[in-house]
Write a protein that binds this ligand. Sequence first.
Ligand SMILES: [Zn+2]
Length: 389
Amino acid sequence: MRKISADYIFPIHAKPIKNGVITVSGDGKIVALSTRSETDNDIEFYSGIICPGFVNAHCHLELSHLKNLIPKHTGIIGFIKEISKLRNIADAQEQIQCAKFYDNQMYLQGIVAVGDISNSNLTFEIKKQSKIFYHTFVEAFSCNEAETKDILKKNQDIVDSGKKLGISVSPTLHASYSMCDGLFSAMKLRSERSGILSYHNQETQDENEYFKKNSGKFSEFYDEFKIPDKPSPVGKTSIHRLLNSIGKNTKIMLVHNTFTSEDDFDFAESANANITWALCPKSNLYIENHLPPIEMFRRKKARIATGTDSLSSNTGLSIIGELLAVSKKFGNIEFNELLTWATLNGAKALGIEAKYGTFEQGKTPGIVLIDNIDTEKMMLTEKSKSKIL
Ligand SMILES: [Zn+2]
């Protein structure tokens, strides 16, 4: 049994506790929450705040070898061009080494669960061995109908290989702009059947323009690269392509949402009752130099979660880094709310809230210390760091 204390404990399901104490069993189960008293002994005390382990709602561990290779502010189309050139710049062994290193980095910084996108099974052994729980979304994309059958088979094979290893996997769609109609419907059906899906949504305004008006940079991109089967525009913003007919209760994680309007939000929430809006602010700043409409999402009481995206569009896989980017721009957001995005909401998005996300008794959420906090204003500072205890 461990008794751990800090200046504040943020249990997430309850209000922060000044001089709180958390009692944890040997296997990491939360036993009790209390306040420190003079007579308490055998307490590990830390300066800073303690909260449940972080859930990184959106990552691509298998792209970890692309750190520092892609220039900033290329816009999404420039980014797609770069990534397709560089994706296999390292051999498989090097890619695995990088992924393994950053899996461990994430854990040390307090990330206990990850919603991870994979296009191969390269990282599956790492995930099996990891201290982190991963739910892997095995993603498909292609704008060539002639390939659809093969891509569906490959996707199924990767999902099956994950299941065989005993890791948590499910099929998913990449984005509106990257999939021809046949592959899109087949993958939509497949991921709806699995009950959970992740989707790169409205990462650029050009995506909306293409699906609304069949014009803009995506239109030019498809022509430039002689894309055989362009997605059919739908006369509305790109979010409609996915959600115009979707199972009401499929768990949907919409990732990025950088150019989601209030109308898009209202439409999405009426189409499905189980949406998480996963934001990856540092990646958005890296690629598009633009942040999602965070005030709108908050006003509409959206379930917001936090992701790092991959190291191809970020300088680190750190949840504190993401929260700091948000609080620099929106200083009025309470720290408890930011931590809720990074813990409970991510756990709900992945369907693992029975174990992760809060300090409720019986859960095994992991325990994270964040130091160098401005405890007067209760805000992160540039020096804030997190670590797993
Ligand atoms: Zn992504």
